[in-house]
Write a new protein. Sequence first.
Length: 79
Amino acid sequence: MKLLGLFGMIFLMWVMINTVSLFLIVVVAPLHISIFHNFTDRFITSAVQAVLAIGIVIILIIVLSKMKSLYLKRTIDIT
């Protein structure tokens, strides 16, 4: 039974990683086309894309770390 919880957590983590990857590809990559209408400098567009991508990845890392901690607390019963 403990392995079922582990496999569930791993599956949920992979779903989150794939969702964030898809979001970065579908939303952040074509950002210059949809928001800026190609009127801005390429440097500004690239900077906005980089800041968004880094921020989203940092949030993903924090959430995955919290999930891991929660799983370990439930499994090992640490108070």
